[in-house]
Design a protein around this ligand. Sequence first.
Ligand code: SDX
Length: 424
Amino acid sequence: MTDRKATLSVGDKSIELPVYSGTVGPDVIDVRGLVQEGVFTYDPGFVSTAACESAITYIDGAKGVLLHRGYPIDQLAEQSDFLEVCYLLLNGELPSEDENKRFHDTIKNHTMLHDQMRNFFNGFRRDAHPMAIMCGVVGALSAFYHDQMDVTDPKQREVTAHRLIAKMPTIAAWCYKYSVGQPFMYPRNDLSYAENFLHMMFGTPCEEYKPNPVLANAMDKIFILHADHEQNASTSTVRLAGSTGANPYACIASGIAALWGPAHGGANEAVLDMLAEIGDESNIETFIAKAKDKDDPFRLMGFGHRVYKNFDPRAKVMAQTAHEVLSELGLENDPLLKIAQRLEKIALEDEYFVKRQLYPNVDFYSGIILKAIGIPTSMFTVIFAMSRTIGWFSHWNEMVSGNYRIGRPRQLYTGSPKRDYPKK
Ligand code: SDX
């Protein structure tokens, strides 16, 4: 941090505020002293607000750059695997070969749930949305694993990280199995993380499930691409919950709840619903017009981003993965993919989207891959949450292992001035 200053004039007052520079990216103005001057900053939606200092992920929206601990997302997607990326996000450095093997083995040996947790699933209606089940079950983990919840103890935080990374695929797959009335599949220690997830999703006790390596590789890429994304809405929710000292399972459950919204993690499900509603390439122009109509709440799902004003680097990798999966499954002519490709082409040439720098984001192609693999749209955000758990936990861990204060924003009050209760 530097000792540079910004000067703010408020009325006849001139207020000096410290300016800090990070490793890379915009400088920040420290406005903490403003409350003593009797004024607040005002930034609904936190468009211009840096809520914390972090060393985990860096995004350059103008250039379409995404770095995890300095490593570009496309290199991690091509050369790493999800568990190695988990280690990197959590610890700040890539693991040595020995550390990587030990980490993989540790995760492999924590994939089962406390067997009494099965009862939790049975309390839900079979047609419950899987995100509702995941919210409830993850929040309930604190009722089963309270032996390691001292947030001040780094070792206990590490055990909790391992438990969450390992158990989320089991919980996610059981959410699906419960919704289709099939028996829960237990994890297998002879499979990779992504293979195990596919086994628990699509395997049955009747025969051995053999994961397709192309589909397992695609799932691992999807996990990597959704792992973390700086201070997005759900991560900021986790940090705010964590700032009260709440236990990590409750904080992760709050992140799952925030991710569920269609403007955030729920967009991948909304993209597929939108493509299905468009139904045919001949209807695309009508929906583009709806997206541009201010009186119509319809938005082009999977397009636009608060930070990216260029291509979302994750969308590029996702588009390539979509082609790999669809050609492996002989679905190159998948009608939804054709609609998506035509929609993307038209939108990228349309002045409305160009002027507002609206590009496809991570959610635009992910749903096409997941649908091709046979995963129902109601499970898309569950998979997003499963992957983002490492990002949420890494940010929570970064915060609680340092100096932090409870998050408590203020407001611009525009309600009624003081008035007396009418005498009866
Ligand atoms: C994720 O933050 C993250 O990092 C999130 C995420 C992560 O990894 O955690 O990247 C994951 O959430 C990706 C985004 C998924 N959501 C969607 O795809 C839903 C569709 N997109 C929009 O709802 C919107 O683009 C947001 C929510 C993503 C961003 O909203 P902003 O930054 O608040 O932008 P805005 O609403 O102020 O829009 C600016 C302008 C507006 O028009 P004007 O008022 O200037 O005339 O662009 C328009 C908007 O109407 N606009 C769109 C649009 N997105 C923005 N118009 C049509 N279709 C769209 N998709």
